[in-house]
Design a protein around this ligand. Structure first.
Ligand SMILES: [Ca+2]
Ligand SMILES: [Ca+2]
Length: 689
């Protein structure tokens, strides 16, 4: 066993802790709480029990949850874990410009694989702003549009042109339903997304990897990976180990054979049967079954299977060179599975590809999973939620700039130094409303609570997905709802803000997108965000992507925002051009509640970029400490909206300013605009950035 957790701690960079933690004390603590070997064998280092042996390795259930039969596994060092950080976050993560693809709704590149009932692209989908009742939304959620890997391949040039270089793909594994969220087989890619009928041609596969072969769909997937890599993209797959479809290949055996099935121990069974009764997110004997979760994590046999799956996608030809595989995993339901599992998963992932990334979706404080040995990074829902509230049209949610700035700073301080820049800032997802719709919403009644959105307390969801429980640390829901609107949480009068209804939602979108682009964290564009797609609820946030019509007309769908597309490209260009924006530490510089101006600096050694936002609807003049006395400062003014005369071609205006003897510069800011100050002065103007 070469890579047990305790060993990895010897490579730690120890940062800060109270009381002081040293490498020696970390070793001592881990030596006391963890044995020198991982309790679960790695796939390549220990044979997986054959099916006939499995009941002996882990006795079948007798109708009870088999917690007591779990082999003794030492507790992982979860409580009071030292504040440490392993230096294995891949470097490319800091330069990633992410795009999140809901594959079945992104682009239909081949009608040959279309499942029965597939519609013409967008047919039957409600128009933007159309009211859709709940029953109709459920109906829409199951509509088939035939999106597939072929479509994604064809659109890679589009994504590259916009400046994206990293993709998160929704579930591609063989699964049930339009979105493949109910996994049937992790070993293979779904035929609806690739090659029709290819899975049925395989036979005789068990949990033993030597029985596995590659379907035509799998081959197409890895061809896509090859092309994406050649075009400069990293590709990360979404996966969920919490539950699988009741039609999952191994569970079909359990349903037939009950406790006699070697796979019975993988699952959370209410009665081992036959007839089998099982637990799942949809209730007893529902469409999904939970993987069995005991005190120490998943069943060791199921865990081994997942480790083989990990290798299969990271290094498909098993030659030790991971360039033919995916670049990481976006894991769901993190909190539902034991820390020990994630530590072992981490070791597996890094073993096959040290530069692979593990992104977690967590709806609570992620700090306990971000100590270097479990997740590499997470979606920063807290920061995204603060931004959503600040830029929202909902006046009740309207934060004064000082409070937004303080909340963001507090959020940055919850994590280790250096990690904030690698967090992922996602403003909307398949599980939320779309950001443009949120920004267009009129003030809402007192319920639901203002913090209960993407920032952590509520995962807006439908019955089609698992739901994480609300975090124990969720902010008190009613703190603002229960006090007079003129006071903030501290009981002090809030700054008078702009009347919310005078600001165009498109302008709010421009501002929040520009804010996210320069704030610490890798911006994640949810598909269609870049052309102004709308959707008030999760099902409506999963619409078929808006594409210009094929052919010479190139007609745009109603509501299509060419200028948003341009701004997306421009912001990605600025991020790519300026290292401090991608990697720099962040320091708040200004939060003027009266002028509604916010500024922060992003710094790497030797250079800084200062981002200044005028979030008001008036011109504002501000003085800002930008550099040394008399220092020449570059001033970039990215155009956020098209000038009527010149059309949608956005550009960046550049100028220079000289700091006064105190190092201050004066800036005149247009309404709803952003400036970037380059310190020291760098190339400015068109083409210079
Ligand atoms: Ca298709
Ligand atoms: Ca390989």
């Amino acid at each position: 066993m070469k890579a047990a957790p305790w060993f990895r701690y010897t490579q730690l960079l120890v940062l800060t802790c109270a009381p002081a933690v040293t490498v020696a004390s970390v070793r001592a603590q881990n030596a006391a709480s963890t044995p020198p070997e991982s309790p679960r064998p790695a796939p390549t280092e220990a044979p997986t029990p054959r099916p006939a042996d499995a009941p002996q390795a882990e006795p079948p259930t007798d109708g009870q949850k088999p917690v007591a039969s779990e082999p003794p596994t030492p507790a992982t060092p979860k409580q009071h874990r030292p504040i440490t950080r392993l230096i294995d976050l891949p470097d490319w993560a800091f330069d990633a410009q992410w795009y999140y693809v809901l594959v079945p709704r992104f682009a239909n590149g081949s009608t040959d694989n279309d499942p029965p009932g597939t519609r013409a692209w967008g047919e039957g989908w409600p128009k933007a702003g159309q009211i859709v009742d709940e029953a109709r939304q459920q109906y829409l959620d199951e509509l088939r549009y035939g999106g597939d890997l072929q479509g994604l391949r064809k659109r890679l040039p589009y994504l590259k042109d916009l400046g994206f270089n990293a993709l998160i793909l929704s579930h591609v594994f063989a699964g049930a339903g339009e979105f493949k969220w109910h996994t049937i087989d992790w070993r293979h890619v779904d035929d609806d997304l690739a090659v029709k009928g290819s899975l049925a041609k395989l036979a005789g596969e068990t949990h033993e990897p030597e029985t596995w072969s590659w379907s035509e769909s799998d081959k197409l997937f890895f061809l896509f990976i090859k092309e994406a890599h050649a075009a400069g993209f990293k590709v990360v797959l979404d996966v969920d180990f919490n539950s699988v479809s009741a039609d999952f290949w191994a569970f079909q055996d359990v349903r037939r054979n009950g406790s006699a099935s070697p796979y019975a121990v993988w699952f959370d069974l209410a009665e081992a049967g036959p007839p089998v009764k099982w637990n799942g997110p949809d209730g007893e004997n529902g469409a999904r079954v939970f993987l069995r979760r005991a005190r120490t994590g998943l069943s060791p046999l199921a865990e081994n299977h997942l480790f083989y799956i990990c290798r299969r996608y990271l290094d498909p030809n098993e030659d030790g060179d991971p360039s033919d595989g995916i670049d990481g995993w976006r894991v769901d339901s993190v909190a539902q599975i034991d820390h020990g599992f994630w530590q072992r998963w981490h070791l597996q992932v890094k073993k096959y590809n040290p530069n692979a990334i593990i992104i977690g979706e967590l709806w609570q404080d992620p700090g306990d999973w971000l100590l270097g040995d479990e997740l590499d990074t997470v979606f920063n829902f807290k920061a995204a939620g603060i931004m959503r509230r600040f830029f929202s049209a909902d006046t009740r949610m309207d934060l004064p700039p000082s409070r937004m700035s303080n909340e963001l700073e507090a959020n940055r301080k919850t994590l280790q130094p250096g990690t904030n820049a690698a967090l992922l800032t996602l403003l909307n997802s398949p599980d939320t409303d779309r950001i443009l719709s949120r920004l267009a919403q009129a003030p809402r009644p007192a319920q639901p609570p203002p913090d209960a959105e993407i920032d952590g307390a509520e995962k807006t969801d439908t019955a089609s997905r698992d739901t994480d429980p609300p975090p124990a640390s969720a902010p008190p829901a009613g703190d603002r709802a229960s006090r007079p609107p003129s006071q903030n949480a501290e009981g002090t009068p809030e700054a008078k803000s702009e009347p919310a209804d005078v600001i165009d939602p498109a302008d709010r979108w421009r501002m929040i997108t520009a804010f996210r682009a320069f704030y610490p964290g890798a911006a994640v564009t949810y598909y269609g965000e870049e052309v102004g797609m709308t959707g008030d609820s999760p099902p409506l946030a999963r619409a078929p992507t808006w594409w210009p019509a094929d052919g010479p007309s190139g007609a745009r769908p109603e509501g299509y925002r060419e200028d948003f597309l341009q701004l997306t490209r421009l912001l990605n260009t600025l991020r790519r051009a300026h290292e401090p924006i991608r990697r720099g530490d962040c320091r708040p510089l200004m939060a003027d509640d009266e002028k509604r101006v916010v500024a922060f600096s992003r710094s790497v050694p030797g250079k800084s970029v200062i981002a200044v936002y005028n979030c008001s609807t008036r011109n504002q003049t501000v003085r800002l400490k930008a550099g040394g006395p008399g220092e020449l400062v570059g001033v970039l003014a990215p155009q956020l909206r098209p000038a009527r005369a010149t059309g949608p071609d956005l550009h960046v205006n550049g100028s220079r300013a000289i700091a006064d003897p105190d190092g201050f510069v004066e800036l005149n800011l247009d309404p709803m605009s952003v400036r970037l100050l380059l310190v020291p002065e760098g190339p400015v103007g068109d083409g210079g950035w």
